[in-house]
Write a new protein. Sequence first.
Length: 64
Amino acid sequence: MSAQCPICGKPVVHQHRPFCSKRCADVDLNRWLSGSYTVPVVEEEDEDGAQKESPRQEPGRDGS
């Protein structure tokens, strides 16, 4: 079974792998640069079901 281009579904060309052409590679790059692709973020909850707060450091205190 031949690999397919994730943009248009045509067979992959080795020179432009994993895409079929430079055009599809450029379409993918544009999607990344424009923010079309995102990674979902799940906020962690503590045992009580409340959102965890990120630890804050006061200015000038480095813990030493």
